[in-house]
Ligand binder design. Structure first.
Ligand code: ZN
Length: 59
């Protein structure tokens, strides 16, 4: 599982890396279940490489 804030950090990091290398791409090898304080699981899955969120019915 990954915390929603960690997911946002991952996503921002990836966006920065992409600015430096526009050819960068991610095939989302590993998806983690996202959770948030007070909510628990959000139902989304987060790529642990680029931080992209996928809703449950997408993945
Ligand atoms: Zn990814």
């Amino acid at each position: 599982m990954i915390h929603i804030k960690d997911a946002q950090v991952l996503y921002k990091k990836w966006q920065k890396m992409k600015e430096e290398d526009p050819n960068l791409s991610c095939d989302h090898p590993t998806l983690l279940r996202e959770y948030a304080d007070g909510i628990g699981k959000t139902g989304d899955r987060i790529c642990n490489q680029c931080g992209t969120a996928f809703s449950a019915n997408e993945a």
